[in-house]
Ligand binder design. Structure first.
Ligand SMILES: Cc1ncc(COP(=O)(O)O)c(C=O)c1O
Length: 386
């Protein structure tokens, strides 16, 4: 039984969302591969998944998941600090640290949980957070939980970050700079070397969320690689839920910071550990990314092919946005593409800023040339009708 005022509140909010084309509906969709889904009794070629390498359904990740599940069951039963610390955690953390060239790594239940745990474990009420204006919602959530002073810098503008740090740094004992390596809705890469220089000059700590970089850019090693060499970024966060093909999040960092995070991050301590099958699949996913250069090159090649056919600037990642300004135009474009057999999701505020609603096309290693060229032709035709 719900209270009348509660239902009225919900109905009013929903009305507002519907009136502004911002109401979202969950549509049952079964992925057949990373690039093909089954929805409403139809097969659609999908450009909506972050399974950039097709590892969610890869023979080896699936086999690893099944073997661990058969051996250890479907759940972990408790938090990592209680009895959930399956030996696969240590194996996966060592593999992640080796992959990133850091001393240690810490695995979380998801990328979202990682960000809302890491930031407040390191930064408090008296401190300063300087964050790119287009950062993902969970980095902002982490910043809010830290209760620090939060200032936003202009997207990918290192001089804007520097100016803010110069203005505020002296009033705060610690300063954290937050950015994404590859931006989730724009697909562009952050100026990490410049941000690292600023961090060094101002004694700030740089944290990079590379959810969309690992497995895709720089031979799959992610956006912290600069001219073939890793940048010494002290806090390298990522997710196991996208290119890696499993589920979970992680932080690659120094031994001491990792130890502190295991002791202080509430979203690691007060939540049930990941199921062993998920850890095993993630471990296999990292192994594949580290060893299959041909596979990790494909998402970017597909994105580049699409962009060239649509006369768009060359993409820096597997994500290509088609900016359409209003939610109505984005929804209409998505609807027309779906009629032609393509799934490209409309992304609307508050996920992206007002006036920048878009289609977000995400390319996978599993897309064929024919599928990519088909989307480009359909997109060109749909955009001409809007
Ligand atoms: C930049 C970024 N960070 C973090 C996350 C959250 O990761 P997860 O899906 O593993 O919770 C996402 C996912 O949408 C993301 O795009």
């Amino acid at each position: 039984m719900t209270v009348d005022s509660l239902n009225r509140f919900a109905a009013q909010k929903l009305e507002q969302l519907t009136a502004t084309s911002l109401h979202r509906k969950l549509v049952p969709t079964r992925a057949l591969t990373a690039g093909v889904v089954h929805r409403d009794d139809r097969e659609l070629v999908s450009f909506a998944s972050n399974d950039y390498l097709g590892l969610c359904r890869h023979r080896e990740t699936t086999a690893a998941n099944l073997a661990a599940t058969r051996a250890a069951g479907t759940g972990s039963g408790a938090s990592r600090h209680v009895t959930g610390e399956h030996p696969l955690y240590g194996k996966l953390e060592r593999a992640l640290a080796a992959f990133k060239g850091t001393e240690d790594a810490v695995v979380f239940g998801s990328g979202y949980l990682a960000n809302i745990g890491i930031v407040p474990a390191l930064i408090g009420r008296d401190d300063l957070i300087v964050i790119d204006e287009l950062c993902h919602s969970c980095l902002y959530a982490g910043a809010t939980l830290a209760r620090a002073k939060v200032v936003t810098f202009e997207h990918n503008d290192a001089s804007s970050a520097a100016a803010l740090i110069d203005r505020h740094r002296a009033n705060h004992p610690r300063c954290l700079i937050l950015t994404e390596g590859v931006f989730s809705m724009d697909g562009d890469r952050a100026p990490l070397r410049d941000l690292l220089d600023i961090a060094a000059r101002t004694d700030a700590w740089l944290m990079v969320d590379d959810a969309h970089g690992v497995g895709v850019v720089e031979n799959g090693r992610g956006s912290v690689i600069d001219n073939g060499r890793p940048l010494a970024i002290p806090l390298q966060m990522g997710t196991l839920s996208k290119a890696v093909g499993a589920y979970g999040g992680y932080l690659c960092t120094s031994r001491d910071v990792a130890d502190l995070i295991r002791n202080r991050a509430r979203s690691l301590i007060y939540t049930t550990a990941l199921p062993p099958g998920v850890l095993a699949a993630a471990l296999k996913g990292i192994e594949i990314i580290a060893s299959d250069a041909e596979l990790v090159a494909k998402p970017l090649e597909n994105a580049q092919r699409f962009a060239a056919l649509c006369a768009l600037p060359p993409p820096q990642s597997a994500i290509v946005p088609i900016l359409l300004e209003t939610p109505e135009r984005a929804l209409e474009a998505s609807r027309q593409l779906e009629q032609q057999g393509y799934l490209a999701v409309a992304i609307r505020p508050p996920t992206v800023p007002e006036g920048t609603a878009r289609l977000r096309c995400a390319f996978s290693a599993t897309h064929t040339l024919e599928q990519v060229e088909g989307l480009a032709a359909a997109m060109t035709q749909v955009l001409a009708t809007l």
